[in-house]
Design a binder for this molecule. Structure first.
Ligand code: GLN
Length: 531
């Protein structure tokens, strides 16, 4: 088993996840089987209960795991499906150890961070290696070296190197190399300090990835090499890139893939970047342009909707279209009206929770419906469009979701199995679920299949009591679950493109295989767009 551990220094938000994903891509391009683990040193058990405004989007896996958004990056770069176990948190580790202690499994011993917590961390990492049979397991440690929370994890990977051997565990350290604007001189001191910190924990990095505005100068690389004691070839430049998907190629140019193979004594094929390069070429040379309004509550932190953003990037390359995303705060829309949507060619309402800003979303759905603007509602957005239709077409003025308000017309209501649940963590309808699509429908044209699996994360759904009325008025449910009682997709008659899905198609979008619904939305926008 081989492991590559990625740590970060100086500041957070350096793009360690992209570095990890890109290294994975280099190895995968050489025919190796790779997988990735994200370690999050926070005490939460999982990301499910975390506010997207603080931590960015909660990513959902096939198995229903609610995880850190970096797993989304791994899945997109490596075109693979991961499982909940690929996100290790302090919460998961401690819970296991404490439960074991309560069962008396430590036989009276004093339970300690070393060795008990570190053993549990290593057990979880090795379990993934065994289960996936990957040639290389990437392990990204969240946070920055020096954080109190990450100490046990760094100690665990230090032990891992001792146990598995130098050839089998490689340490990659990502740091910031700032430059002083006036002269553009690149400063290596923060990197030196960060490596010193890492060494004090017993870890000497094998590779240093320097994040900087401009590519690292030769002189800067030499300095880092000398002061941090890594070979010159192992100092890798990671300048700001036009697209995150270019980073693997930037690394490839610096022969990082070959270097890693050499260090780990791995054999690989000659990499073939044809498809990846074509993807970037299309992305960088658009022939068309559309503007999409995304109406949400968390628009001020772009990572809150990262999977939608990426899905649109994938579509952009596929359709050679520049997709300009206009982030619209639903509360602003609520106060100031739909003027902000005037020059958009399509509207998307993403998932969400809670009452704040919902009237703005409902207004946006109405605006799109009445003005025949291509529209996609996802999960909460799907529910908002259903409420809008009930209010303004069926005439139920007080129509609402029981998540948000008491009403005589609960067109969106709690899932039956949710009724007795009082715990909020991990209790929604989660992960990949089977959706049956009606032949001949718009959804069928888009998915070209009668059976699809898409990822879910919800507690509420369309109230079956109202379905007949919706159908009669033209809101057609073309996707349902196997029982036929759960509405999964709607499409509106007499509208160029007005669709919604109870599931989240954005989670499964991949660079070379974009989300079908996002793709269809943009195709419709290109057709209806007033030039
Ligand atoms: N709050 C809604 C529900 O629980 C929608 C959830 C979402 O958009 N992910 O059903």
């Amino acid at each position: 088993m081989k492991y590559i551990v990625v740590t970060g220094g100086v500041i957070s938000g350096l793009g360690k996840g992209i570095t990890t994903s890109s290294i994975g891509k280099l190895l995968q391009a050489r025919g190796l089987k790779v997988t990735a683990i994200k370690i999050d040193p926070y005490l939460n058990y999982d990301a499910g209960t975390m506010n997207p405004y603080q931590h960015g989007e909660v990513f959902v896996l096939e198995d229903g795991g609610e995880v850190d958004l970096d797993l989304g990056n791994y899945e997109r770069f490596l075109d693979t499906n991961l499982t909940f176990d690929h996100n290790i948190t302090t919460g998961k580790v401690y819970l296991t150890v404490i439960e074991r202690e309560r069962k008396g499994e430590y036989l009276g011993k004093t339970v300690q961070i070393i060795p008990h917590i570190t053993e549990e961390i290593k057990r979880r990492i090795k379990k993934i290696a065994l289960e996936t049979m990957a040639d290389v397991v990437l392990v990204e440690i969240g946070g920055t070296v020096g954080d109190i929370e990450s100490m046990p994890f760094l100690e665990a990977v230090r032990q891992l190197r001792r146990e598995e051997g130098e050839r089998n565990v490689l340490f990659v350290h990502t740091t910031l190399v700032p430059s002083l604007d006036v002269v553009g001189e690149q400063k290596t001191k923060p990197t030196q300090h960060s490596v010193k910190e890492l060494r004090s924990l017993g870890i000497q990095p094998d590779i240093i990835v320097g994040r900087s505005k401009q590519p690292l100068k030769e002189d800067t690389k030499r300095k880092i090499s000398l002061f941090c004691d890594v070979p010159y070839e192992a100092v890798i430049s990671a300048p700001d890139a036009r697209s995150i998907y270019e980073v693997p190629l930037i690394f490839e140019e610096q022969r990082l893939g070959d270097y890693i193979l050499g260090r780990m004594q791995l054999w690989g094929e000659k990499p073939d970047w044809k498809d990846w390069k074509r993807f970037l070429k299309n992305l960088y040379n658009p022939e068309y342009e559309v503007r999409v309004g995304i109406v949400g509550k968390y628009v001020h932190l772009k990572d809150s909707y990262i999977s939608h953003r990426e899905a649109f990037t994938h579509v952009a390359a596929k359709l050679k279209t520049k997709i300009d995303l206009k982030w619209v705060d639903s509360e602003t829309l609520e106060e100031k009206g739909t003027d902000v949507l005037e020059n958009v060619d399509a509207i998307l309402i993403p998932g969400g929770f809670g009452r704040r800003g919902t009237e703005g979303k409902i207004l946006a759905a109405q605006y799109a419906r009445e003005n025949k603007i291509p529209f996609l509602g996802v999960c909460f957005g799907f529910q908002m469009a259903v409420i809008e239709f009930a209010r303004n077409v069926l005439g139920y003025e007080d129509a609402h979701s029981t998540e948000l308000s008491k009403t005589d017309h609960p067109v969106i209501d709690l899932l039956p199995e949710q009724r007795g649940i009082d715990k909020l963590g991990g209790t929604m309808r989660l992960g990949a679920q089977k959706v049956l699509i009606e032949r001949g429908s718009m959804a069928y044209k888009i998915y070209r299949s009668e059976v699809i699996y898409e990822r879910h994360r919800h507690r509420y759904e369309v109230n079956p009591d109202y379905i007949d009325q919706f159908e009669k008025a033209g809101l057609h449910f073309s996707g349902k679950d196997e029982s036929g009682t759960r509405m999964e997709i709607f499409e509106l008659k007499d509208h160029p493109f007005y669709m919604g899905s109870q599931f989240h198609p954005e989670y499964k979008s991949r660079p070379l295989n974009p989300s079908p619904l996002h793709l269809a939305l943009i195709k419709a926008a290109l057709k209806t767009k007033k030039s």
